[in-house]
Design a protein around this ligand. Structure first.
Ligand code: SAM
Ligand code: SF4
Length: 337
């Protein structure tokens, strides 16, 4: 039986869940993790069965888009089992879209199975096309593997979008080469403003690497004709079309307050903490409800409803203050971006 949909106190329907399935990763991107990360004990993570229960509960409450993230989702053992479990919600029509954000390192291995499970689109995070720079940024990544992953995904019929973090003095000089690469390959491209996350990365370094997307966009406009698109995703992305290539370019500016009013999403960490807002610390522990009632989802549903009643109006990032108080102590790999 369908239940009343999730509507927050500001009348925003919650239709999008980002689900982190692991805090682990085979990369250590400098803006995301420290070199010597300590990962969580396995028992703290939601099991595959718990992930199924909680995702299904959200879908029962009206979530129509599920994005699997991490850490690196494809390093979670048996993660395909989870994707295959979600197929039933696509088939029943309860879920419109099952998707993932990945660093691409394992995509060559998984693309076919993901497509078979009903995934139609995948976001691949890639900030540079230079193999040495890539290795330095990710501290261990192999660009050739990611390229093979993109190839495999496209061959499996998946639509691929690249996500690139805009980093001043790091990939500024690749604005046009990345754009052309995506145009040649038929990939959409979204630029993300770097956010102050994690204890060591709200530092001077991160502020120094902050490349405002207004500037990036102005530079793009020097070479291409940009037509703003009305498309909205309920998130912090805005889109333009490059008339010369026909491709769609997105800009994710999480630091500006221009999207909170239409925010349709919540994030669940791999330990079952529900964050109602990427920029705020308020959270609800859904794992407690899952584990205290292994055979009854009613308390879980109540815990979700209760959490949504506390979804805040907006977030509190602010680089302009150039101080630590707008910074988040948590890593993106924990909440999944
Ligand atoms: N490992 C997967 C990947 O890299 O695509 C999924 C998880 S990752 C945390 C999700 C996204 O967050 C990636 O596109 C990554 O570039 C982005 N990200 C990580 N740290 C960030 C930061 N400090 N500021 C902005 N974006 C960040
Ligand atoms: Fe791993 Fe993704 Fe974070 Fe890079 S951004 S360290 S690939 S979780």
């Amino acid at each position: 039986m369908r239940q009343d949909p999730l509507i927050d106190p500001f009348q925003r329907p919650i239709t999008y869940l980002r689900l982190s399935v692991t805090d682990r990763c085979d990369f250590r991107c400098t803006y995301c993790m420290s070199e010597d990360m300590t990962f969580l004990p396995k028992k703290d993570l939601l099991s595959l069965e718990e992930l199924d229960r909680v995702a299904s509960a959200f879908i029962g409450l009206g979530v129509r888009k599920l994005r699997v993230t991490g850490g690196e989702p494809l390093v979670r053992r048996d993660i395909l089992t989870f994707f295959r479990k979600m197929t039933r919600h696509l088939e029943s029509g309860a879920l419109d879209e099952l998707t993932l954000t990945t660093n691409g390192s394992q995509l060559a291995r998984f693309a076919g199975d993901l497509a078979a499970a009903g995934v139609r689109r995948v976001n691949v995070s890639l900030d540079t096309l230079d193999a040495d720079r890539f290795r330095a940024l990710t501290r261990r990544g192999d660009l050739a593997k990611v390229m093979a992953g993109i190839d495999a995904a496209q061959a499996a019929g998946l639509r691929v979008k690249l996500n690139a973090v805009a980093l001043k003095g790091v990939n500024e000089d690749e604005l046009f080469s990345l754009t052309e690469f995506c145009a040649d390959r038929g990939l959409d491209l979204t630029w993300i403003e770097v956010m102050p996350m994690g204890e060591d990365i709200g530092s001077e370094d991160r502020l120094g690497q902050y490349w405002p997307l207004d500037d990036l966009r102005a530079r793009l406009a020097e070479r291409y004709t940009l037509t703003p698109l009305a498309e909205r995703t309920g998130g912090p992305a805005r889109f333009v079309r490059l008339e010369e290539t026909g491709q769609k370019i997105g800009f994710i500016t999480p630091l500006t307050h221009n999207f909170c009013e239409s925010c349709n999403r919540v994030r669940l960490t791999c330990t079952g903490e529900l964050f109602m807002c990427l920029g705020q610390e308020d959270r609800a522990d859904l794992r407690a409800a899952l584990r205290a009632h292994p055979d009854d989802d009613a308390p879980l549903v109540e815990a979700i409803r209760d959490a949504i009643r506390h979804k805040p109006k907006g977030h509190d990032f602010d680089y302009s203050r150039q101080r630590a108080d707008g910074q988040m102590p948590r890593h993106m790999s924990h909440t999944g971006g």
